[in-house]
Design a binder for this molecule. Structure first.
Ligand code: SAM
Ligand code: SF4
Length: 492
């Protein structure tokens, strides 16, 4: 039934209620376009510059790596200066109103950049513009945007770009309303050298009543295990040290393939690959986080001791209205089981405050759950109504001020917990992965197995190295550490 909610969400678009594989011929046609555009760009007096601006989650970061990969193949170099860019691609998010407003505000500011450089091309893509009402808004209010394409058109980017670049073209808007397609083999230009995003699936079938993701990203599609394992092996061979598996609900990996190869199996397979690397994953839906998952985490040394397990609300009526598929008690049991196997596991979570109709008493259940379970970190969101979702149409007698007051209480409670949890790391020694430069010269950043952000001193040659470090200080957001040698003493 929920399925029909999804396909009715946008009227007037063709609906193909199936998932299909993009054919090799279709991908070859895109590669031919890339070669043509590259030839044209090579003939220009200067190499064209592109800027890809990304909003939202890691999935979007990963999609932007594909956009950059295709752009590189088409002869573009990259800049982060919008004024000098020949092409600006804004990869948008739709999860909350705030993300949309931010993207629209920045697109609004691009009108000045384009006035100063009229030949500049502006492209909008991603979740926000997969929504029909947002495309209408862009059509009417942002006349200088040249190309708009939705999430389903990612693999068609070369073709759409070529059409946009052709002389005397009108503006292009493309966003097929389909359940989703599987494709492989797009070029990828990775943003980092230590951490690599590895999407194992896309889309979502859960239809949490507040969430727009199933409407803008389509039905769940798992990538084949062979392709994922080959990509993981390649990343490890290329020197990546952290393989970050991505999916809206990684715990339902493989269901759509009808195979017995589930997410726990996948973790075991990647854990068994040779090399010095670690594995992280995101996100786990609590209803599908099984004992088998936690058993597997505990038995796989390369799987880091962290799980992001969004609970959203501590109240059972609200959880039902959210269509989450578990109760507060079930959630607590899962956390207790994970901690019984891995006492040092870090558990982080998401929570929504002010879901329509949530009463003060119901909010107290959320607060109690937070105080009882003591998350290492909590991402706290005020409910944001999303067009086309059931929750957006639910009655809500509570004011913004009432919701804000609850939100502030929750933030305050978590801030105390985070500060205490962080302080408990001080004096301990952890194996850390050094992953980048810090805020000042000579400073580096790293992550512990618990995914704590760590600041330390050291040279850039250490980036990508696993080292032992002693935690010397903490704030509610980060830790400070010093490297220690094999003898347990601080390194020079
Ligand atoms: N699939 C992941 C999951 O189930 O946790 C991520 C979904 S979403 C990108 C990340 C978080 O945004 C959710 O866990 C939820 O807390 C929050 N969120 C989603 N829709 C929201 C809405 N309409 N209003 C406020 N927060 C929302
Ligand atoms: Fe949204 Fe729920 Fe799917 Fe997460 S599991 S993407 S919150 S519908």
């Amino acid at each position: 039934m929920l399925y029909f909610i999804a396909i009715k969400a946008e009227k007037g678009n063709p609906v193909l209620p199936q998932i299909r594989n993009v054919t090799e011929e279709e991908l070859a046609a895109q590669r031919a376009v890339m070669a043509r555009v590259a030839e044209e760009n090579a003939a220009r007096s200067a190499q064209p510059l592109a800027w890809v601006d990304t909003y939202g989650c890691q999935q979007n970061e990963s999609d932007s790596e594909k956009l950059r990969g295709m752009l590189r193949e088409m002869g573009y170099a990259f800049t982060e200066q919008e004024a000098e860019a020949d092409l600006i691609v804004v990869n948008t998010c739709a999860v909350r109103g705030h993300a949309e407003l931010r993207a629209l505000g920045n697109v609004g500011a691009l009108s000045h950049t384009k006035r100063a450089k009229p030949e500049q091309k502006i492209v909008l893509c991603g979740c926000m513009v997969q929504q029909e009402h947002m495309r209408e808004k862009i059509k009417n209010s942002f006349p200088y945007v040249d190309l708009v394409f939705g999430t389903n058109e990612l693999w068609r980017f070369p073709e759409l770009l070529e059409r946009m670049l052709a002389p005397h073209r009108g503006r292009i808007f493309e966003a097929r309303q389909i359940d989703g397609e599987r494709f492989e083999g797009l070029p990828v230009e990775r943003a980092g050298s230590v951490r690599a995003w590895l999407p194992i699936m896309s889309g979502c079938n859960n239809f949490c009543s507040y969430c727009v993701v199933p409407y803008v990203r389509g039905r769940e599609r798992s990538r084949s295990p062979e392709v994922i394992l080959a990509e993981a092996e390649k990343l490890i061979a290329e020197g990546y040290k952290e393989i970050f598996l991505l999916g809206q609900n990684v715990n339902s990996y493989g269901r759509d393939l009808g195979s017995r190869e589930d997410f726990a199996w996948l973790l075991e397979q990647i854990n068994a690959l040779d090399g010095e690397f670690v594995i992280r994953f995101m996100t786990s839906h609590p209803k599908d986080a099984t004992r088998r998952l936690f058993d597997t985490m505990a038995s796989c040394p390369k799987v880091e001791r962290h799980i992001h397990l969004p609970f959203q609300s501590g109240n059972d009526r609200v959880l039902r209205a959210m269509n989450r598929g578990y109760t507060g008690e079930i959630y607590r049991e899962k956390v207790a089981y994970a901690r019984s196997l891995m006492p040092d596991i870090a558990i982080t979570s998401d929570v929504i405050v002010g879901f329509p109709g949530e009463t003060d008493e119901e909010f107290e259940d959320t607060l109690r759950l937070v105080e009882d379970l003591r998350f290492d970190m909590l991402f706290t969101f005020l409910f944001s109504p999303r067009v086309g979702t059931p929750a957006a149409a639910m009655a809500d007698p509570f004011t913004k001020e009432q919701k804000q007051a609850r939100f502030d209480r929750l933030l305050q409670a978590q801030s105390v917990i985070s500060t205490e949890m962080q302080a408990a790391h001080v004096g301990k020694t952890y194996r850390i992965l050094i992953d980048g430069t810090g805020d000042k010269p000579g400073r580096l950043t790293a992550r512990s197995s618990h995914n704590r952000l760590i600041h330390l001193e050291g040279g850039e040659d250490l980036i990508g190295a696993f080292r032992d470090a002693r935690i010397t200080d903490s704030t509610s957001w980060s830790l400070s550490a010093e490297l220690i040698g094999k003898d347990g003493k601080e390194e020079d």
